[in-house]
Design a protein around this ligand. Structure first.
Ligand code: FAD
Ligand code: SF4
Length: 462
């Protein structure tokens, strides 16, 4: 393999000691010249393994070839045949575990930077204006979509293109789900999500915010109002807590609350925006996933002098994307692995520190990862005025409680068949509400499948 094919081009990014003081995007992405050079690394394989690694089956070599030819319009059109949120996916998809993992170049060097090229094509389109989609004639049937995360946006967009009259009902005051309330601005600028949502609106989709299905209206009410099918994409946003003494102290947040206050309510601009948040000086984040990394990096940007990331296994077992863990370390986050918090210590109701205990790794548990085992007597204290628990989430419960007809699986998520049909007639579901917390692209894939099933159902084909 020629030497220049082995390594990929790295885009410019903000230096770590600058970016950990601001909320601007970390990576600048490729410029035109870099994108072309990186695209030329692709071997245009006859049997491209990368396509099999993409959860939505994008024709990767085809869009990359258009980039080498400088034809951005065709590149983005090719991507959009399968993926309607490319600017989002180009930034947050775990390509290292998907298409890039199986790229042939990865065998002897670095894979083609497929995600960065997708981002380049999508950003290029945004600059010249997003192309209008072709819509089928109106079918005269109404579909309701509950939630406005990636599963719902894709489902709503596909159904609108098929000619259905689609209304999205979102509980929060802003549409986008985790893309706006969870993933921070420095990884996914809100302006980009806004463009994708505007595109869905441009297809004729109505988005009603501050509208909680299961409280304001029930699923039955929707059917009574003339909706003939419903897609549920309510996500898995119910935070798990640490379950240790001291969790009610002031200064203890779930990652969900912390990130929502910062992202959606712009708490980092307080008092300009009226959403207070405790800006910790010494912050402890508990967890090892993307949500933990996002929380730690956000706390640092809010001005913390010290941010510890406490995780009970080693870095090898961390579920976070490798890139995010690297970025966090570069920005000064202190990784305290093989460590378990056992008690939150307070004074006059306010958090003062976290008592931890060291762990070692034992036999693998059900997840296949080695189980942390406590080292008796190894307790120590980390000083902290803010603790953020990023230890997982469960199904958003409100709609489920209000709709006992929906059958749930053992973990409390909605049970569906492989096409997204639930146990209620005319009700389909997809995304985190059926799988538990997963990824944007998997949620999108579920939304797409469910839209096709809803079309089959409403057309009498199923
Ligand atoms: P969500 O995005 O959760 O959207 C559900 C929406 O439904 C919400 O807006 C909610 O308010 C609304 N809702 C809930 N109940 C009701 C109701 N009763 N009525 C009306 N509306 C309701 N994935 C990646 O691929 N890459 C990443 O880098 C990544 N980072 C992440 C970082 C964070 C902090 C978090 C929390 C998640 C991250 N994920 C990442 C996971 C990814 O964002 C989710 O898998 C994805 O957003 C799930 O999409 P969804 O449409 O199923 O639900
Ligand atoms: Fe290009 Fe890699 Fe896909 Fe082959 S596997 S077509 S080199 S991106």
């Amino acid at each position: 393999m020629a030497e220049e094919k082995k390594t990929r081009l790295s885009p410019k990014e903000q230096p770590a000691d600058v970016r950990n003081n601001n909320f601007n995007e970390v990576s600048f992405g490729y410029d035109g010249e870099q994108a072309k050079m990186e695209a030329m690394r692709c071997l245009q394989c006859k049997k491209p393994s990368c396509v099999g690694g993409c959860p939505v089956g994008i024709d990767i070599p085809a869009f990359i070839k258009y980039i080498t030819e400088g034809d951005l319009a065709k590149a983005i059109a090719k991507i959009k045949e399968k993926n309607s949120l490319p600017a989002v996916c180009g930034r947050v998809c775990p390509q290292e575990n998907q298409c890039e993992k199986v790229c042939i170049l990865a065998k002897k060097g670095e894979p083609v930077a497929i995600g960065l090229l997708e981002r380049f094509a999508a950003d290029g389109e945004r600059k010249v204006g997003v192309a209008k989609a072709v819509k089928a004639p109106p079918k005269g049937k109404k579909v309701a979509v509950v939630g406005s995360g990636p599963a719902s946006l894709v489902s709503a967009g596909d159904l609108a293109k098929m000619g259905y009259e689609v209304t999205v009902f979102e509980a929060l005051h802003k549409a986008g789900g985790v893309l706006v309330y969870g993933i921070p601005e420095f990884r996914l600028p809100k302006e980009i999500v806004e463009v994708e949502i505007d595109y869905v609106r441009s297809l004729g989709v109505t988005i009603k915010t501050n509208f909680v299905i299961g409280a304001t209206l029930s699923l039955d009410d929707l059917f009574k109002d003339g909706f003939e099918a419903v897609f549920i994409g309510t996500g898995a946003g119910l935070p798990h807590f640490l379950g240790i003494e001291g969790e009610n102290l002031c200064g203890v947040y779930s990652a969900n609350e912390f990130l929502t206050r910062v992202n959606l309510m712009k708490a980092y601009l307080f008092p300009k925006f009226d959403t207070p948040i405790k800006r910790g000086d010494k912050v402890v984040v508990v967890g090892g996933g993307n949500v933990a990394m996002d929380s730690a990096r956000t706390a640092k940007r809010l001005g913390a002098s010290e941010v510890h990331l406490v995780y009970r296994r080693t870095e090898e077992e961390m579920p976070a994307r490798i890139e995010e863990a690297h970025h966090a370390k570069d920005e000064g986050i202190i990784f305290k692995t093989l460590t378990l918090p056992v008690k939150l210590i307070g004074e006059n109701g306010w958090l003062k520190g976290v008592e931890c205990i060291e762990t070692t790794l034992g036999e693998p548990d059900q997840s296949g990862r080695r189980r942390p085992v406590i080292k008796e007597g190894s307790n120590f204290i980390i000083e902290a005025d803010v603790v953020i628990a990023a230890v997982g989430t469960g199904a958003n419960p409100l709609l489920l409680k209000a709709t006992p007809e929906l059958k749930l699986n053992a973990k409390g998520y909605i049970q569906t068949d492989e096409n997204g049909a639930t146990t209620m007639k005319g009700v389909f579901a997809g995304g985190d509400i059926i799988t538990g917390s997963a990824t944007v692209i998997l949620a999108m894939g579920a939304g797409k499948r469910a839209a096709a099933s809803i079309d089959d159902y409403l057309s009498g084909r199923s």
